[in-house]
Design a binder for this molecule. Structure first.
Ligand SMILES: CCCCCCCCCCCCCCCC(=O)SCCNC(=O)CCNC(=O)[C@H](O)C(C)(C)COP(=O)(O)OP(=O)(O)OC[C@H]1O[C@@H](n2cnc3c(N)ncnc32)[C@H](O)[C@@H]1OP(=O)(O)O
Length: 198
């Protein structure tokens, strides 16, 4: 049987050069040009610390669905390690995060990736929002599992930051369940106030 050309087969997994702490990672299909740093983008210096040391999670603001404690169904992502150029974090998949019975909803896994990639963007020093988020779902994640997240920056070009990451099941070297690449765009402070309806 011939596999239709629009379907992704195992052979389509290809190594994609990136600044991942462990070197190039395998992605399903080519990275989108919109989340790949252009030629001339500033590459993060290996081993250099993030420009901003503080965490985006703030004691006086717990409303974030990803990392805050106020939302009963929030992901409550906790950062576990920041090594200067990458961020590691984790959260437990609970019943309220289900899509199919017993399995995490894919949209919430994408939210988790947005959060940890956003934390890397935050540490670059400016105020960044997600402009584009691409997600590959590679394995189902059962309720009760801990998802280990890791993210890093592949480059910065003007207002645009190119960030990538992955989520593994159970352990830092567990099976990869989700991968994401995103474009974050730097915005002025007014971005966070002008659109409020109340
Ligand atoms: C007071 C402070 C509190 C801070 C507290 C922070 C806490 C930190 C927590 C971190 C953890 C949470 C992480 C969650 C992070 C979110 O989830 S943020 C929420 C979701 N995102 C949004 O709401 C963004 C909504 N979109 C927008 O506001 C606007 O479309 C944008 C993205 C700011 C861009 O608009 P703009 O400023 O007018 O800029 P624009 O010229 O259109 O684009 C700039 C460049 O980006 C490119 N671009 C823009 N969008 C795209 C796209 N989708 N695809 C490709 N290229 C694009 C453009 O082509 C352009 O490229 P160049 O021409 O410069 O080469």
């Amino acid at each position: 049987m011939t596999i239709p050309s629009d379907r992704v087969s195992g052979e389509d997994l290809e190594v994609w050069a990136s600044a991942a702490p462990d070197g190039p990672v395998r992605r399903r299909g080519p990275a989108s040009s919109r989340t790949t740093p252009p030629a001339g983008a500033a590459a993060p210096a290996a081993g250099a610390p993030f420009p901003r040391a503080s965490s985006p999670a703030r004691d006086d603001y717990q409303g974030c669905f990803g990392c805050g404690g106020d939302s009963p169904s929030g992901l409550r992502i906790v950062e576990t390690r920041v090594d200067g150029t990458s961020v590691e974090a984790e959260f437990a998949v609970r019943d309220v995060h289900q899509g199919a019975p017993g399995l995490a909803h894919g949209g919430l896994l994408a939210t988790a990736m947005d959060e940890v990639l956003g934390s890397v963007a935050w540490r670059l020093g400016g105020r960044y929002v997600t402009g584009r988020l691409e997600t590959d779902f590679l394995a189902p994640v059962p309720v009760g599992a801990t998802v280990r997240l890791r993210a890093w920056c592949n480059g910065v070009h003007g207002r645009k930051a190119y960030v990538e990451g992955e989520g593994r099941i159970g352990a830092p070297d567990g099976p990869v369940a989700v991968r994401a690449a995103a474009l974050f765009v730097e915005v002025p402070e007014e971005h966070f106030t002008k659109e409020r309806l109340n």
